[in-house]
Design a protein around this ligand. Sequence first.
Ligand SMILES: [Ca+2]
Ligand SMILES: [Ca+2]
Length: 222
Amino acid sequence: MKLASIIAAIAIILTLAAVGQAAPLQTETETYGPQSPTFSDTLNFNQYSGGDCGLVRITLHAASSGGSVSLDNEGESSAVASYDFGIRSTLSSTTFSPDVVLNALNSGSENLAADDGDDPETVQTDAPDGAFITGSNVSDGDVLEFTGTDMDPFLGSSTFDILASVDSIATITGGVNFTNIVSQGDGYATVEYFVPEPATVGLLTIGGLGLLLRRRRRNARA
Ligand SMILES: [Ca+2]
Ligand SMILES: [Ca+2]
């Protein structure tokens, strides 16, 4: 009896380890950029034509690099200028709805003193009434999962597209003058196919082994 429990426990551990490492049946990654917005790129993927697929996972990624914002307060009072700049990547496909919108943005705020008397028609970034912010590498992502009939658009021997549309974003609040050098945008989409959803398999396996164990215990008592 004790031996049976030990064997069952080992089986569960081995099964969980195997499920954790479950390799996709098919994986495909397509990239877009790096390029300056506005641009769009069509990513073409193969459907999956084998059997045993229980889960389709799409991992979507967008990144922004470089770019800058120059701020200059031309008002008589100090101002707090908040900024969001970088790229917005809108990913659309006939295989999912709604579109996925990723925002890879540099966000923050600057306290600017009242105008120091510089030229009100041009942006001077020197302190105390101006600031210059360099864009860093920022990213955003999302994961979509499909099971059951929602997997239909991914199954077959044809292809499907994911369209990546990348726009430049520069939103400045606080009523100050600004100029913006657009960031570069890039990203990727990865489509993976798995035999049934890993978590479900794990639970089913544990449940199955539990039943097996109980049955054995009952047999041992009889
Ligand atoms: Ca000024
Ligand atoms: Ca100025």
